[in-house]
Design a protein around this ligand. Sequence first.
Ligand SMILES: Cc1cc2nc3c(=O)[nH]c(=O)nc-3n(C[C@H](O)[C@H](O)[C@H](O)COP(=O)(O)O)c2cc1C
Length: 234
Amino acid sequence: MENAWIDARGEGAPIAEAETSAGRGTLINAILSRKSVSPKHLGEPGPTEAEIELILQAALTAPDHGNLRSWRAILIPPSRREELAELFKLAKLEECPNATGDDLDRAGQKALNGPLLIALLLNPVADHAEVTVEEQYIALGAALQNMLLAAHVLGYGAMTTSGRKMQSRALREAFVRVPGEQLVAFVTIGMRARNSRTRPTVSGKPYVSQWEAHSDPSQHCGETGAKLQTSGCP
Ligand SMILES: Cc1cc2nc3c(=O)[nH]c(=O)nc-3n(C[C@H](O)[C@H](O)[C@H](O)COP(=O)(O)O)c2cc1C
């Protein structure tokens, strides 16, 4: 089955072999077949400029209560990867002052893996009348998933990574521009160096139940809920 999204990328875009196989033709198949690929196994080529634009457009179509767009993405140019690797090492030293040379090399390598590296930051609006900070993290998560799906449909592997380094002074000083902004995750995108394992089907049933009335009202957990914000009421 032909893949309408791949066709929509425009002429001249490279179509990865995996993307021409049957079964990728529907959105549901794309979602069900996406699988993270470790940045260690992501190689050249990375997405083209036009594909990066599509990936960002995909992120921007994710649900976002109030369209706050309190997140932003920063592309790390290849020419600055070594600089980032030094910051990853400094972050490791902040976390583990006794880190060995090998530990630092491993930490630094994480900044060098994969052809495209994107940092995601969130600057949540703390006092919005309607939209909680949690909802803004969810909106960023939805944008992130759309990026991963877009990369997958375009024939690339991708993975989100983070870790304790995200809170390090070294990385915060390099990325955070306003008080309250959080460095949330990195997304690496590139061509899979090897075929990833097929994702096993996971049943949704254990994760869902029917809403039923409490048979014994005394079993209610007793929480009364947070006080509703009443400012702005008529
Ligand atoms: C915000 C975020 C940060 C993550 N950080 C890491 C990480 O630092 N290291 C890691 O191994 N997995 C991390 N993960 C999980 C992987 O990206 C991936 O989702 C997981 O390995 C499951 O693989 P799958 O996406 O194929 O289901 C993170 C996921 C999210 C959403």
